[in-house]
Every structure is written in C-alpha cells, then in structure tokens.
Design a protein around this ligand. Structure first.
Ligand code: ADP
Ligand code: MG
Length: 233
C-alpha cells in the first residue's frame, strides 16, 4: 500500500437488501484518508449500518467496489475476507457484541486469534490488554470478570479495547455512544480519539447525533454521499 492509498475507497457502490424495494443504497464516491476522523451522520433507516457492513465485507455490493487499504474486498474468498477484516478493521458495534460468558481479557484478545499480522504487533497480549483497560478507565479487576457482568458503559469500553488492540488501520464504530449518558459519552469519545491518534488509525463513526460533529476532522452526511433512490410507485 502506497502512503497515499486511501484507507477506504467506495466507487459506484449499489446495494439492495433482497425483497426490500423501498430501500436502496447508491454511493458514487466515498474516500477516507489515513488518520482521518470522520463522523457519518444520517437519519435512522438511511443505511448507515448497511454501509458499514459493506465496508466490513459482511455483505457484498451488487455493483461497484469497496476497497480497504487498496484491496477490493469483494475480490477475496470468504475465508481470506474474514482474515482481512480482522487484520485491518477494529469494530465497535452498537450492541457491543461481546461474548458475555467469556472474560474481559478473552473478549479483548479475540480479534488477534484471526489476524497473525495484527497479533505480531502485540508482543505481550495480556499486558497490552491490561494497558488498554487502564487507558479506557476500566477498574483493574475487570479484566478477569465475565464481560456480561459489567455495566453498559464498562462493556462499551471493553468493546473499544477489543477494536483497538493491535492498532488496526481502520476503526469503525456504529453509534457506540447511543446507550450512554452525556458525561460518559464525552469520556468515551476522548479515549477513543486519544487511542486512534496514538496509532494513526482512521476513525469512522456513525451517529444520528449532529452534536458530536465538533470532535471530528470531517462530517459526512448520508444524504450527500447517496444518490436519491425512490421505489417505483
Ligand atoms: P441505519 O443504520 O441508518 O438506521 P440500516 O442500514 O440499519 O439504517 O437500514 C437501512 C434499511 O435497510 C432499512 O430499511 C432496514 O430495514 C433495511 N435493512 C437493514 N438490515 C437489513 C437486513 N438484514 N435485511 C433486510 N433489510 C435490512
Ligand atoms: Mg444503524
């Protein structure tokens, strides 16, 4: 990857959920450069989560290309695509998607299992996980706890640590602050930005909350990057 290869590049991407005529995503062009922090704003139902699924390669566009770090992810086999995602993308879901019965430590280390290069950047996984927990303001004894026993705000920090470990070049967060009160939200964002900056990671965060805009380099509106789609009457 050259230094000026965008970390994310979508060209003429079209996606329809099967059987859903009333919704369609058409994105002519969306590019994110390395180390940018971008807030993606859009109303509920505008296709933000669908777009993130396309970026992660969990769904494939009907036409067009989604390139991450210069690789068109649709060109990869399913197995290689899973590994590519684990290597390049740190994901924070709206619902955190932690393994509730596994320990906090095991949750944080999970992506490294599928990503040897990312794993290689973490010489001592347990120490790194512990440091991330500290930086993210989790109590020292949380690391051994079952993830499901933590508070919502704490679980969200675990999800952030899991996304950040091994410093993937692209961090994607789908409405990660929607379950938090204002004070916890601000703390969480600060921690996420500090970590992203420390590793030169690109941050793409999705929200319907325009008040978050001041924190980011750039704000992208779903309405501005999508072609208007209307179902046939
Ligand atoms: P947002 O994240 O902006 O709220 P989504 O991407 O979740 O929007 O949803 C956009 C549209 O796609 C909605 O109409 C939604 O019902 C539809 N959709 C989302 N996920 C699926 C799915 N797995 N199967 C079918 N339709 C879906
Ligand atoms: Mg969504």
């Amino acid at each position: 990857m050259g230094t000026d290869t965008p970390i994310l590049d979508l060209k003429d991407v079209r996606y329809r959920w099967s059987g859903r005529v009333s919704f369609g995503l058409d994105i002519p062009d969306l590019t994110l450069q390395a180390a940018e922090t971008v807030l993606l704003l859009g109303e509920s139902g505008s296709g933000k989560s669908t777009l993130l699924s396309l970026i992660c390669g969990t769904i494939a566009p009907q036409s067009g290309a989604v390139s991450v770090a210069g690789t068109d992810i649709a060109s990869l086999s399913a197995g290689r695509r899973d590994r590519f995602r684990a290597e390049h993308i740190g994901l924070i879901f709206q619902q955190f998607n932690l393994l509730p019965y596994a320990s906090v430590l095991d949750n944080i280390l999970l992506p490294l299992r599928f990503a040897p290069q990312r794993r290689a950047r973490v010489p001592s996984p347990q120490d790194t996980a512990r440091m991330l927990c500290q930086d993210l303001g989790l109590p020292d004894d949380a690391i051994a706890a079952q993830a499901g026993t933590l508070s919502v705000g704490q679980q969200q920090r675990v999800a952030a640590a899991r996304a950040l470990i091994g410093a993937p070049p692209l961090l994607i967060a789908d409405e990660p602050t929607s379950a938090l009160d204002a004070a916890t939200q601000a703390t969480f964002l600060n921690l996420l930005f500090t970590q992203a900056r420390a590793h030169g990671s690109t941050l793409l965060m999705v929200s319907h909350d325009a008040r978050l805009a001041t924190h980011f380099n750039r704000v992208v509106q779903m309405a501005d990057i999508t072609k208007t789609h209307r179902a046939a009457a």
